[in-house]
Structure formats: structure tokens, C-alpha cells
Design a protein around this ligand. Structure first.
Ligand SMILES: [Zn+2]
Length: 349
């Protein structure tokens, strides 16, 4: 009885990744998948796994590069058979292993999310160049916003990789890199607010953030991978680690996002009279809030390509332009104040 309860608890806690969705749970899918694996992936009858696979699915060079294994090909082929089966009976489009069915393109698992992740990456590179062209290197916070761009570019690289192929390791790196962007936004807010403080104080603050993220990353990487390794042999460890991974991960992301958002909005209120460009921050957060509607909504992919998550990645591209406009205006204003040696109390922030 205890073992059953443990298993149910495991299933609830790890629902995002391991739960059976209507599609992969269905008899049609299970039957198709097991037959496919048996006939194509066992390597019997003198035909190697590779030859059999290429014959059956006509794998391209890119499919092989992106590591579509025989098992993956069976999952993909049976997924579409099952979708047809559901649609013929006017049933709702099912999900498979917690994901909507996506049309694969040139070996890319979720081509629209890949394309828009690259779009975000290029937007940050382009906007950094614009920032460097307009802001003088001796401006306050000049290097700070470079750090923000590098962290964002890193995040979008891993987002591209994860949407290209969803493996536990690519999913983990996408999540932790996305969290690094959120945490860096909070860090940049803090550093921007204390930019007039001494180096020792700013160094201490930086160390706190580094130590926190380092611990977080290490803790989660041990949790994530020990969890999958221990799943079959150690149910109790699995429960503890799965619990930590899902809840701690999400609560830290949400908390850091809320803190930096509240921080910037409070700043907007305090400086509304002497920094007219505060409206850019408001615009940025309003657009971000609107875009989050897409992130939390869920519908089957339009044309089997554009789902809510992909459209959310598309929506963050123009929002980055608003943010960098603010960064440029703010750096210019801070430099001007430094040059004029403004000692007014209100210009401290
Ligand atoms: Zn994504």
C-alpha cells in the first residue's frame, strides 16, 4: 500500500514531465508505438537499427544530426496516427507526454519556438550594438547592461537548443538559463539603484547574487539528475528531489520576477517628476504582462506549428526594443548628471 501511495505521489509531483497525456495514454498510440519499436528498432532479421530506421522513416541528414532515434521516430509517427484517430472521431486534440503535437521541420522539434528564440537572440545582439553606438563607455551602468545582454543571449541560445530537441539536459539548461535572466534583471535593478555606492558594497552584493545562483544551479542539477537516475531504485529519494525541483524552481523564478517588477515600478513612482523616460519602464512592464497571457494560455498549435508558448517567444522580441530604449535614455541621463555633478538628493536614483 505504501509503495502505491509513493508512486501516486511521484506521479503528481512530476506531472509536468512524466505524466501520461490523453494521446500517449490511448490504446491506439500504445499499440502503434510498441509495434513500431518491435518491427523497426529491435535490429532483428539481419537489418541494423540504423538501416531499418532510414528505410521506414526516410530520415534526413538533419534528423540524424539532431539525434532522432528509432524510438523517437516511432513516437513521432504514432503521435500523428493517434491525432488522426482522435480527429476522425471529433475528439479534442490530445497531448503527448505533456506536449502538443508539433510538425517537425528539418529535424527541429518545435520549429516556431526555435525561430522565435533565434529572433530574440538576434534582437539582443542588435540592440546591444545600438546601445554601444548611442551610449558613451564612461556612462554609469554601461557595463552592467552588457552583462544583462550576455545573460539574455545565453538564455536564448539554450531556448533554441531546447526547442530544437527536448532532452532532460536541454530542458534543464533552458530552465536554469531562463531563471538566470530573471535573477539578472533583479541584480541589474539593485546595481542600478546603488550605482553611486562604493565598490566594496557593490562587490559584496554581486557576490551574494553569484553565490545564490551557484547554489541554486548546483542544487537543482543534483536534484534533477539524481532524480532521474534514482527513479527506478529509490522511490523515496525520487519524491524528495522531484518535489524540490518542481516547487523550488518555480517559486524562485516567480519571486525574483515579482521583486524586480515591484522594484522598477516603485522607482517609476519615485522618479516620475524628474525622469520622464520612466514611462518606457511602464510600457515595458505593461507589454510584458500582456505577453504573459500567452505564456499561461494553452491551445493546440495553429497549423501544428504555432502554439501559445511559441507566440509568447515571438511577443518578447518587440518588448526588448522598449527595454533597450529605456537603458539608453537612462545611461545618457546618468552621465549628464555625473558631468554636471548634480548633488540633488532626488537624482540619486
Ligand atoms: Zn521556450
Amino acid at each position: 500500500m505504501k509503495a502505491i501511495l509513493f508512486r501516486i505521489l511521484i506521479a503528481i509531483l512530476t506531472i509536468r514531465k512524466t505524466s501520461a497525456s490523453a494521446g500517449d495514454y490511448s490504446y491506439e498510440y500504445q499499440n502503434c508505438y510498441h509495434q513500431c519499436r518491435e518491427f523497426n528498432c529491435t535490429g532483428t532479421g539481419g537489418v541494423s537499427i540504423k538501416e531499418s530506421l532510414v528505410d521506414y522513416y526516410g530520415q534526413t541528414f538533419l534528423d540524424k544530426i539532431f539525434m532522432w532515434s528509432c524510438k523517437d521516430e516511432c513516437q513521432y509517427g504514432c503521435m500523428w496516427r493517434t491525432v488522426d484517430f482522435f480527429q476522425e472521431r471529433n475528439l479534442k486534440t490530445p497531448q503527448f507526454y505533456g506536449k502538443w503535437p508539433f510538425l517537425r521541420f528539418l529535424g527541429f522539434q518545435e520549429p516556431a519556438s526555435v525561430l522565435f528564440s533565434i529572433g530574440n537572440l538576434l534582437a539582443h545582439v542588435h540592440l546591444l550594438r545600438k546601445f554601444r553606438a548611442e551610449v558613451r563607455p564612461d556612462s554609469p551602468c554601461f557595463k552592467l547592461w552588457h552583462l544583462f545582454t550576455f545573460v539574455s543571449v545565453n538564455g536564448w541560445i539554450w531556448s533554441t537548443v531546447f526547442h530544437t530537441r527536448d532532452f532532460p539536459v536541454t530542458e534543464f539548461l533552458d530552465y536554469t538559463s531562463a531563471y538566470l535572466i530573471v535573477l539578472t534583471t533583479l541584480y541589474c535593478f539593485c546595481m542600478r539603484m546603488v550605482h553611486k555606492m562604493n565598490t566594496l558594497f557593490k562587490g559584496g552584493l554581486t557576490l551574494c547574487f553569484i553565490a545564490f545562483y551557484y547554489g541554486y544551479f548546483l542544487y537543482l542539477s543534483v536534484g534533477k539528475f539524481s532524480y532521474s537516475f534514482n527513479m527506478k531504485t529509490n522511490i523515496a529519494t525520487g519524491i524528495v528531489l522531484a518535489f524540490h525541483f518542481n516547487w523550488i524552481l518555480h517559486s524562485f523564478v516567480v519571486l525574483s520576477g515579482i521583486l524586480s517588477g515591484l522594484g522598477w515600478l516603485t522607482w517609476c513612482f519615485l522618479v516620475r517628476k524628474h525622469r520622464p523616460y520612466y514611462k518606457l519602464v511602464l510600457k515595458f512592464y505593461c507589454l510584458l504582462a500582456l505577453s504573459m497571457v500567452l505564456e499561461i494560455s494553452d491551445f493546440p498549435p495553429i497549423f501544428w506549428v504555432f502554439d501559445a508558448h511559441a507566440l509568447w517567444h515571438l511577443s518578447t522580441i518587440p518588448i526588448a526594443f522598449v527595454l533597450y530604449r529605456f537603458l539608453i535614455e537612462d545611461c545618457k541621463a546618468l552621465r549628464k548628471e555625473d558631468m554636471n555633478e548634480t548633488s540633488s538628493h532626488e537624482k540619486l536614483i
